[in-house]
Design a protein around this ligand. Structure first.
Ligand code: NDP
Length: 246
């Protein structure tokens, strides 16, 4: 049997990029998977349809991570549809960047809402449905620990908060045998950060391996942390960045 057989997962931001790769990998490993999106209804439906071809149940839910209520509603829909919830992957994200003087209050609030508040609300709601063996995996960024250029203060600040979130969740949920871990990708080839953009070579030059990572590479780390072999790992941070922070 597959490592995640009988499990149900929710992946936020699953219409493309890392989230879509995570959804595909968790389904391939045996889980039923719900994914959220905010704009890309068609693409989310296509990912869900793909997952169903593996024989799993799949659900695409519109849930704006910037909202104070949608993250909880998405958890509720997932648990209702699948009858359980075992794995939460907080992945939805945006990339605000630009000169310090251009950052607005609205942009700060929106970024913190999507990256931090939504992850905390979803984890809180998901934990109420989880049983022993439950998993919370959050997607942060290697920029949380090292900021190699100007223009990304807000993004780095928002992703840094996820370390504390993860360690706190590990302590809050450990007695129930639920784990919480953080994956910090480096430059990963997606629509957010295409490997053929004008800024890509500068990012590659920062890495030890001289290359971008892949969404599938991040998904493999999620699958490991979500699976039975990672039962003893909680409150930990895994940077998957081709050595950029080394
Ligand atoms: P993409 O831009 O390719 O995909 C973003 C996904 O998040 C989409 O599914 C999008 O949905 C969804 N999303 C965005 N805003 C919201 C919102 N308000 N509510 C719900 N869903 C939303 O990004 P990546 O796959 O590259 O990034 C995924 C995660 O990985 C992010 O947290 C990002 O910060 C992180 N990361 C990425 C790196 C990279 O180099 N690519 C590096 C380090 C971290 P829709 O299609 O509907 O817009």
């Amino acid at each position: 049997t597959l490592p995640l057989s009988g499990k149900a997962a929710l992946v936020t931001g699953g219409s493309r990029g890392i989230g879509a790769a995570v959804a595909r990998r968790l389904a391939a490993d045996g889980a039923d998977v719900a994914l959220t999106y905010v704009d890309a209804k068609e693409r989310a439906a296509e990912v869900a349809a793909d997952l169903r071809t593996t024989g799993r149940r799949a659900l695409a839910v519109r849930a704006d991570s910037a909202s104070a209520t949608d993250p909880v509603a998405a958890v509720r829909s997932t648990a209702q549809e699948f009858g359980r919830l075992d794995i939460l992957v907080n992945n939805a994200g945006i990339f605000p960047n630009g000169p310090l003087e251009d950052i607005t209050v609205e942009e700060i609030d929106r970024t913190l809402a999507i990256h931090v508040r939504a992850a905390l609300l979803a984890a809180q709601a998901a934990a109420a449905h989880m049983t022993a063996g439950g998993r919370v995996v959050t997607i942060g960024s290697n920029l949380a620990e090292r900021v190699p250029r100007p223009g990304i203060t807000l993004y780095a600040a928002s992703k840094s908060a996820l370390g504390g979130l993860t360690r706190g969740l590990a302590r809050d949920l450990g007695a129930r045998d639920i784990t919480a871990n953080l994956i910090q990708p480096g430059s990963t080839d997606t629509e957010m950060n295409p490997a053929d953009s004008s800024q890509a070579d500068a990012q590659r030059a920062l890495t030890a391996l001289g290359r971008y990572g892949t969404p599938e590479g991040i998904a493999a780390m999620v699958a490991h942390l979500a699976g039975p072999e990672a039962a003893g790992i909680t409150g930990s941070v895994f940077t998957v960045d081709a050595g950029a922070n080394a």
